[in-house]
Design a protein around this ligand. Structure first.
Ligand code: PLP
Length: 360
């Protein structure tokens, strides 16, 4: 049996997807060549990219008003591409900060825009709609749907009441883990490497009327309109990553789609949070209950010296990569789409056993 891999980035992948990649690695679609050798201009690869786009559209329910683009450069490149493309004639952008990634995105956007702070959080909770303050002159309102480092997730789509200000979301760590009303967004994006395949592919879903706002100085490869015009092939794309994400999308479809991914995510995280909540003297949690992430469960041993002991014993029990992000320390269990419910149960059993072995 494979060990359970709770890594945040990159994440574990579903075993059937890994087996399929292995099985057809040397001979893709009977061509006698590997997918690594396939030209991005070949009809087969063009069909593959079309298939992936259609799967993303159908799984997420992307309306015709929105384009689906495939970019490279990870989520961090989007921190710059978003302001470079969406500011238009404006100069102000609003940011909701709920943790590390929205803070980094806000800092990057300062190169291009005057930032209006719509909410400045400390990594423990998401704001209520009433707390979000957006100026009408803002070109867009940005937030991170799931803060991977702090384990803070929005329960629903924030509604600032600022009609006409496009909403932009970083969904890198909860993409394809629950149904989303795409029509509410000006743009949403996700680096693939948590819920949707290996690193190297970033999916961008953008309202078509927001394409073409970039000024002429914006480099060609940082302009969304160029991706739209070229079928996401302004240069050589990451064909292997597109191929893997297409297999992930097919797997999500075959397992029941996003409603099922959400049901599993809720079940996995419920099991782990319940185990932690049973031992409040051993495990500390800083995130408000209503903002707890279904994807990244972040906690700290009350006795900080027990962190390495926990990691060592967990590893020996086949529970891998439970260290917290290096900036916050502690522990983190990432429970993405590919994590079976049995992984959450194994972790919960371990949490109880560890608490009994190391009482306070
Ligand atoms: N946004 C979120 C929510 C993330 O979790 C991460 C990485 O973990 C990033 C952005 C940065 O991603 P990348 O390494 O693809 O630039």
């Amino acid at each position: 049996m494979r060990p359970y891999n709770f890594s945040a980035d990159p994440s574990t992948m579903p075993e059937p997807v890994l087996r399929r990649i292995r099985d057809e690695f040397l001979d893709w679609q009977g061509t006698g060549c590997s997918i690594l050798e396939a030209s991005h201009r070949s009809p087969r690869v063009l069909a593959l990219v079309k298939e992936l786009e259609e799967r993303v559209r159908s799984l997420l329910g992307v309306p015709d008003t929105h384009a689906v683009l495939f970019c490279q450069g990870g989520a961090r490149l989007q921190f710059a591409m978003v302001p470079m493309n969406l500011l238009g004639a404006g100069t102000v952008a609003s940011y909701i900060v709920t943790g590390t990634w929205s803070k980094s995105a806000e800092t990057e956007a300062m190169r291009f825009a005057r930032i209006q702070s719509a909410f400045a959080g400390n990594g423990t909770r998401t704001p209520s709609d009433e707390e979000i303050d957006v100026t009408a002159e803002s070109s867009y309102l940005y937030y991170c749907d799931n803060e991977t480092v702090h384990g803070v997730e929005f329960a629903g789509i924030p509604d600032s009441g600022a009609a006409g200000v496009p909403l932009v979301a970083d969904m890198s760590s909860n993409f394809m883990s629950r149904p989303v009303d795409v029509s509410k967004f000006g743009l949403l994006y996700a680096a693939a490497q948590k819920n949707f395949g290996p690193a190297g592919l970033t999916v961008v879903v953008v309202r078509r009327d927001l394409l073409g706002l970039a000024s002429p100085e914006v480099p060609t490869l940082l302009n969304y309109a160029v991706y739209e015009k070229t079928g996401s092939m302004p240069n050589t794309p990451a064909v292997f990553q597109l191929y893997c994400s297409n297999l992930m999308a097919a797997w999500i479809e075959s397992e029941g789609g996003l409603a099922e991914m959400d049901a599993r995510a809720r079940e996995r995280s419920r099991i782990v949070y319940e185990a932690l909540d049973e031992h409040p003297d051993v495990y500390l949690q800083r995130v408000d209950r209503a903002s707890r992430s279904r994807m990244n469960v972040v906690f700290h041993p009350a006795e900080e010296a027990l962190t390495p002991v926990f990691l060592k014993e967990a590893h020996e029990a086949g529970l891998l990569n439970l260290a917290g992000h290096r900036t916050v320390g502690g522990l983190r269990a990432s429970l993405y789409n590919a994590m079976p419910v049995s992984g959450a149960i194994a972790l919960a059993d371990f949490l109880h056993a560890f608490a009994r072995r190391h009482p306070r």
